[in-house]
Design a protein around this ligand. Structure first.
Ligand code: ACO
Length: 400
């Protein structure tokens, strides 16, 4: 690692690094990825062990505070989060301003950004207590806003949070319960979604997290910073990939058409890529994809969708791609998004909501990274350099 922090000041030189492939913008103690080994650790704990042995809210605690909670700490944290699950009743008015057919991510960007207008007491980010409250509010309110986004698109009444349920079961009931009808959360679905949230909770300096850090480096309101992360996550190269992967599997349509799509993905002129394949950091199997594939099987079996034709296509596509020279040479493996779309669809979520679910889970990562940045004495306002390639200085033409 070369510290080039003061290179410009000392020499007038700077590095040119599109996409920041070789440039670290911060020090972080939250998440570690070894892309060659296919390893992902939250605060030192392997992702598969966390997904197997704990729940999302405990992982939120771990990411925020650095250690797994004791029983007492967990109960206290859970109580704090459930205290904040409601959104101000005025928030419902925002929704009536959105088109019914607006993309849910567009609604999320607007509504989460609007939280900054409700919580003026979170604007003094130099106060650790205010930072703490903003973090809790964000983690607690995100599922409520996400479920409201879904209900609004469906034309159904909003369902209020139920604080007797765990974090993920409460989210499921806010999405799928309807007034005057009993709704019982399926524990298999709830556990699977909780695990999916764990897998998506943080992923070090990905595009949306870097966006949150950059926005936050100017001292901006934390809710506005999270809204900027949501905007970045929306793109198909990032959080929108699970939606794109599912659409691709649908387009392939049958196992016998897979070779045609693999061929197209290898042709640079086609502009087509296998969605859900490849990763900037993982040059080995994405460890989250392994857990995701297992979860996918569990959910489909539990719901009686074990023979889902899209799952068959996905498994066969993975098999063919992993034996193909092109994919081997470029180290392109399925990423987390490859199987998450099939799983979420089986749970009853519409495709347009997939990235919203990702945003619900990633909120804790964004907020933990934002807090770490604010509390880092070395952190300065983010201000990348540029390599200017425009015309040299020239004089404004003299009047004719
Ligand atoms: N299908 C076919 N070829 C691919 C794919 C793919 N999915 N991904 C990368 N390649 C090829 C590229 O064409 C390039 O080939 P070249 O070296 O001959 O030019 C090479 O592999 C490297 O690709 P880059 O785009 O340079 O890699 P980068 O690290 O910038 O991109 C990315 C990573 C965006 C994830 C890319 O692999 C991709 O577009 N994948 C599909 C979208 C996707 O699944 N995104 C989800 C990411 S995970 C997440 O956000 C949770």
């Amino acid at each position: 690692v070369v510290d080039v922090g003061n290179l410009f000041k000392q020499t007038g030189c700077f590095t040119y690094d599109p996409g920041f492939t070789s440039t670290a913008n911060c020090k972080s103690a939250i998440t570690y990825i070894d892309g060659d080994k296919g390893e992902l650790l939250y605060r030192g704990y392997p992702i598969d062990q966390l997904a197997e042995n704990t729940n999302f809210l405990a992982v939120c605690y771990l990411l925020l505070y650095g250690e797994l909670p004791t029983n007492a700490e967990f109960i206290n944290f859970r109580r704090t989060i459930t205290n904040h699950t409601m959104v101000h009743e005025q928030m419902t008015r925002f929704f009536t301003g959105y088109r019914r057919d607006a993309h849910p991510m567009a609604v999320m960007v607007g509504t989460v950004g609007a939280l900054s207008s409700f919580y003026h007491d979170s604007t003094d980010i130099s106060d650790p207590e205010q930072r703490e409250v903003a973090s809790h509010r964000m983690i607690a309110k995100m599922p409520t806003i996400a479920a409201m986004t879904y209900k609004y698109a469906m034309g159904q009444p909003f369902i209020y949070p139920r604080n007797d349920l765990d974090y993920t079961s409460n989210f499921l009931q806010m999405c799928f319960a309807v007034p005057c009808e009993p709704y019982v959360v399926n524990p298999i679905i709830s556990r699977a979604l909780d695990r999916i949230f764990i897998l998506h909770a943080d992923h070090e300096q990905n595009a949306s997290t870097s966006t949150v850090r950059l926005a936050g480096s100017s001292g901006a309101n934390p809710f506005a910073c999270i809204a900027s992360g949501i905007a970045c996550l929306w793109g198909p190269a990032h959080g929108g990939a699970n939606e794109a992967a599912l659409n691709m599997l649908r387009e392939i349509g049958s196992v016998d058409r897979i070779p045609e799509f693999v061929k197209k993905a290898k042709d640079k002129n086609s502009g087509f890529r296998l969605m859900g394949f490849g990763h900037r950091v993982y040059k080995n199997y994405d460890p989250r994809a392994k857990v995701m594939q297992k979860t996918c099987h569990e959910v489909l079996d539990a719901l009686g969708h074990g023979d889902d034709p899209l799952l068959k296509i996905a498994l066969e596509l993975e098999r063919i791609a992993l034996q193909d020279e092109y994919f081997i040479e470029k180290k392109l493996y399925p990423n987390i998004d490859f199987y998450s779309g099939i799983t979420l669809r089986a749970m009853g979520f519409p495709v347009e909501l997939f990235t919203v679910l990702f945003a619900v889970a990633r909120t804790v990562g964004w907020i933990a990274q934002w807090k770490e940045m604010i509390e880092d004495p070395e952190q300065r306002i983010g201000r990348p350099r540029q390599l200017y390639i425009g015309p040299p200085r020239r004089d404004f033409p003299a009047p004719a």
